[in-house]
Design a protein around this ligand. Structure first.
Ligand SMILES: O=C(O)CCC(=O)C(=O)O
Ligand SMILES: [Fe+2]
Length: 266
C-alpha cells in the first residue's frame, strides 16, 4: 500500500483540493478490497431487502438509485471491511495530505455506478455532515479502471477555498451548484481518470461530480470520509445514531468510538 505522499502531492492537494495517488493498492491488495467490497455490499443489500434499516439507496426505481448503489458504513456490519477501514496507514495518508493532527472515520461508503448509470451531479460533501471543517478529507479508491467512459470523478479545482457550508444538495440537475456559486462557472473542470487500485483524495469542500457510465460494466469505488480529530457537532443529524445525536449539544466534540480515531500524529 502506497500511503506516503510526496511533498508535491501534499502541495497539489492543498492547492487544488484533490490529488491522485497512483498504485495506492498493489495487485493483491486490490483483489482483497474488491472481494471484501463485493461481499459487504451483497450482505448489506440482502439485509436491507429483509427489512434492516441500514442506509442504502437501492430498492427504489428512481433517478438516484441509478446514479450508484450506495452503501454507507459497511465497516459496521462486515468484519473484513472493518479491518480495511481501521488501517492507520490510510489514516496517516489522509492526515498528512489534510495536514491535521488526527483522523476519525466519518463514514465509509461503497459507490457502484451501474452499467449505463446516471452521472453524479456537482456537489460538496462536508455540508451534509454533522460537523463543519475546512479540512475534512475523503479517499475514493477505484476498484475498476475509472475512465471518461464509465464515470470517473471530475473536480472544480480550488473550490475548497471559496466554498461555504450551506448545502447545495445533490439532485438530478448537474448544474444546480452554480445557482449558489455562479462564480464557479468560470472554472474549467478537471477529469480524474484513475486506474484500478489508485486512490483519489479530495477536501470535503471541493466541488466534484462524475460522468455517466456509458459502458455495460459497473464502475466500482470504495470510499471513506474522514473527520479531523477535534471537530464539533453542528446540529445536523446526518449519519449519527439517534442516541449519540441526542447526547450532543452544538459545539461538543464528536469523539466517541462511533467515529473511531484511526490515526494520530506522533
Ligand atoms: O463516485 C461517485 O460518482 C461520486 C463520489 C463522491 O461524490 C464522493 O466520493 O464524495
Ligand atoms: Fe461526494
Amino acid at each position: 500500500m502506497n500511503t506516503q505522499p510526496t511533498d508535491q502531492q501534499i502541495e497539489q492537494y492543498q492547492r487544488d483540493g484533490f490529488v491522485v495517488i497512483e498504485d495506492f493498492l498493489d495487485a493483491d491488495e486490490l483483489e482483497h478490497w474488491r472481494t471484501t467490497t463485493d461481499d459487504a455490499v451483497a450482505q448489506r443489500l440482502d439485509a436491507t431487502a429483509k427489512g434492516s434499516n441500514y442506509l442504502t439507496n437501492q430498492g427504489a426505481d428512481n433517478y438516484y438509485s441509478q446514479v450508484f448503489t450506495q452503501c454507507v458504513r459497511l465497516a459496521d456490519t462486515h468484519e473484513g471491511m472493518r479491518d480495511i477501514m481501521m488501517d492507520p496507514r490510510v489514516g496517516q495518508l489522509a492526515g498528512t495530505l489534510a495536514q491535521v493532527d488526527g483522523i476519525r472515520i466519518w463514514h465509509d461508503q461503497a459507490l457502484i455506478k451501474p452499467p449505463y448509470g446516471n452521472p453524479t451531479s456537482w456537489h460538496l460533501d462536508n455540508p451534509y455532515w454533522s460537523f463543519y471543517s475546512r479540512d475534512a478529507i475523503s479517499i475514493w479508491v477505484a476498484l475498476d479502471d475509472a475512465t471518461l467512459h464509465n464515470g470517473c470523478l471530475w473536480y472544480l479545482p480550488q473550490t475548497h477555498k471559496t466554498a461555504r457550508f450551506e448545502n447545495v444538495g445533490i439532485g438530478q440537475n448537474m448544474r444546480d451548484i452554480f445557482k449558489v456559486y455562479p462564480e464557479w462557472l468560470q472554472i474549467e473542470a478537471v477529469p480524474v481518470p484513475a486506474k484500478a487500485g489508485a486512490a483519489v483524495l479530495h477536501n470535503g469542500l471541493t466541488a466534484h461530480g462524475a460522468g455517466t457510465n456509458m459502458t455495460p460494466r459497473p464502475r466500482r469505488a470504495m470510499t471513506c470520509a474522514y473527520m479531523p480529530d477535534g471537530s464539533t457537532f453542528n446540529g445536523q443529524a446526518s449519519i449519527l445514531p439517534q442516541e449519540l445525536r441526542d447526547s450532543l449539544q452544538i459545539g461538543d466534540p464528536i469523539d466517541s468510538d462511533f467515529n473511531a480515531l484511526i490515526w494520530k500524529k506522533s
